[in-house]
Design a binder for this molecule. Structure first.
Ligand SMILES: [Cu+2]
Length: 67
């Protein structure tokens, strides 16, 4: 199990958090997502071959801005 801590701009509320969480969970290997809207952070627990770039792409596709 690995963890990635991402900074994501554009999240304003619990709905945004849910959007990001749902988007990330479509990636195989992602087992947990913890969003902190106020801190603009997303902690992703994952295993397997999923990459941080793939996570960022999913977040972008959902309409938010990973840094
Ligand atoms: Cu929102």
């Amino acid at each position: 199990m690995a963890e990635a801590m991402l900074t994501v701009k554009g999240m304003k509320c619990g709905g945004c958090a849910k959007n990001v969480e749902n988007a990330l969970k479509t990636l195989p290997g992602v087992s947990g997502v913890a969003v902190d809207v106020k801190a603009s952070t997303v902690k992703v627990s994952y295993e397997g071959s999923v990459t941080v770039d793939q996570m960022k792409q999913k977040i972008r596709d959902a309409g938010y801005k990973p840094e």
